[in-house]
Design a protein around this ligand. Structure first.
Ligand SMILES: Cc1cc2nc3c(=O)[nH]c(=O)nc-3n(C[C@H](O)[C@H](O)[C@H](O)COP(=O)(O)OP(=O)(O)OC[C@H]3O[C@@H](n4cnc5c(N)ncnc54)[C@H](O)[C@@H]3O)c2cc1C
Length: 411
């Protein structure tokens, strides 16, 4: 078997032969690395990005540089997390194809289904999801159920012929416009308490009655959608977990989501980019800018320490647990801090395209960073998790505890 060092060395050689390093890529294109947080591309361009990202993952898989920590039973290489982490660390140096739907599919849905799917579902979907041969969106949030996710009201009713009929609305569904399936949470029992009356399905998104509409963001792109479900027929074969056990499906996926949060240290702007901007604007000695730069740098170092600690915990087989909430907070606060620093450095140039290189582009960062304060559970909700599960503080009052869903007052 290849040693960890051999795999790391082989990964470096393989990436070097196929993709540009991040810095080289910026120099060759004549553009700075993008500091945007969300894509601002058209539907067609985004489709191409997704296809490239899928092809890239599959090429890595064939070269034994992806699926390293997946069991052989699911087409993986069965080598363990340390190998996967080592290859990811090398890959972070390269400008590789990426699309947000891939981590949702491969890091949230696939591992959840591996744990909670039926044997038939595992055999049919887990390998193809892990390799992104099929892609799946997360259909959790609704207009009145985000932080309070267990308050979802999309209804699934069981018909006498054994199928289900689903009616309701989902929102914020990242990448659903390109997905083959959606992991859907529905309310199946309004007489049970809210966490108990939920059932999950793997919904084929080409089913009649599913209407997916893109939502345009203030940054220009449209990577999210709202999704309307009108009497959508769903076979019971697509049910994931037992009827009424959908909350377990949700929390399992959310656990994987928090575990993955903050791993993408290449997203948006970096310390080096902020520093080079300050230098280009002759602001490195500015008494207002200097403390902001110091804060960004300190957080940059802390993020490195945290990554090293996570890698060490993982290599010892320790789960991340509620500490994932701390990492997510630190990661997002770092992005927001970068936004504040560049806003101070640039002043009005941030909002007016003066043609000066590396200035107006930060606009996308500043407008996008706030999105991650909300995504995957807002900062306030992460703080509540830390307070209750890490610090052991008493839980906040929950007025709907023990009440059937149908009796919970709605606004
Ligand atoms: C970039 C991005 C991608 C996303 N992708 C997906 C996706 O693919 N699939 C999906 O299903 N969802 C997705 N979401 C939705 C996301 O999970 C929700 O936006 C999030 O859970 C917050 O819900 P909400 O928007 O309804 O806000 P609300 O829950 O209405 O919250 C509004 C504000 O009130 C605060 N608040 C609410 N409750 C409390 C409380 N108990 N204590 C303190 N403060 C509170 C919140 O922190 C927030 O500041 C995405 C969101 C973003 C921003």
């Amino acid at each position: 078997m290849e040693t960890l060092e051999e795999t790391t060395w082989r990964a470096r050689e393989w990436f070097e032969a196929r993709v540009p390093r991040r810095a080289d890529s910026a120099a060759r294109s004549g553009k700075p690395w993008s500091v945007a947080i969300f894509p601002e591309t058209s539907h067609v361009e985004e489709r191409v990005q997704l296809d490239e990202a899928r092809a890239w993952l599959q090429a890595k898989w064939s070269a034994r540089l992806a699926g390293l920590d997946w069991p052989e039973a699911f087409g993986g290489h069965g080598l363990g997390r340390a190998y996967a982490d080592a290859v990811s660390a090398v890959e972070a140096d390269y400008d590789v194809p990426h699309h947000d739907l891939l981590p949702i599919t491969t890091r949230l849905v696939a591992p959840m289904l591996r744990l909670l799917g039926t044997e038939e579902q595992k055999a049919r979907y887990v390998g193809p999801l892990a390799r992104s041969e099929i892609v799946c969106a997360q259909l959790f949030s609704e207009p009145s159920a985000g932080s309070d996710l267990a308050g979802i009201s999309t209804r699934a009713r069981h018909s006498p012929d054994g199928t289900w009929s689903v009616t309701g609305q989902k929102v914020w569904s990242s990448g659903a416009q390109f997905a083959d399936y959606g992991l859907l949470l529905t309310r199946t029992d309004v007489d049970a308490v809210k966490h108990a009356g939920i059932t999950a399905f793997l919904l084929p998104l080409d089913t009649p009655g599913v209407d997916i509409r893109p939502l345009r963001q203030m940054t220009g792109g449209a990577c999210f959608n709202e999704l309307f479900l009108d009497d959508v027929p769903v076979s019971d074969d697509y049910r994931v977990g037992n009827v009424g056990d959908g909350w377990k499906v949700a929390t399992t996926m959310l656990g994987f989501e928090r575990d993955a949060s903050g791993d993408d240290t290449t997203l948006g702007g970096s310390w080096i980019q902020v520093l080079s901007l300050a230098a280009a604007m002759s602001k490195t000695s500015d008494p207002v800018v200097r403390p902001l730069l110091a804060d960004v740098y300190a957080r940059h170092l802390l993020a490195k320490v945290n990554v090293a600690r996570d890698l060490s915990d993982r290599s010892r087989g320790l789960p991340r647990g509620p500490e994932g909430s701390m990492r997510k907070l630190q990661w997002v606060e770092g992005m927001v801090q970068i936004s504040e620093a560049v806003s101070q450095i640039l002043g009005p140039r941030l909002v007016a395209d003066t043609g000066d290189p590396e200035t107006f582009g930060w606009n996308s960062h500043v407008l996008g960073a706030l999105g991650y304060r909300i995504a995957g559970g807002s900062n306030e909700i992460q703080r509540t998790i830390i307070a209750e599960r890490v610090l052991g503080l008493p839980p906040g009052p929950r007025v709907d505890r023990g009440i059937p869903f149908r009796d919970i007052p709605t606004s």
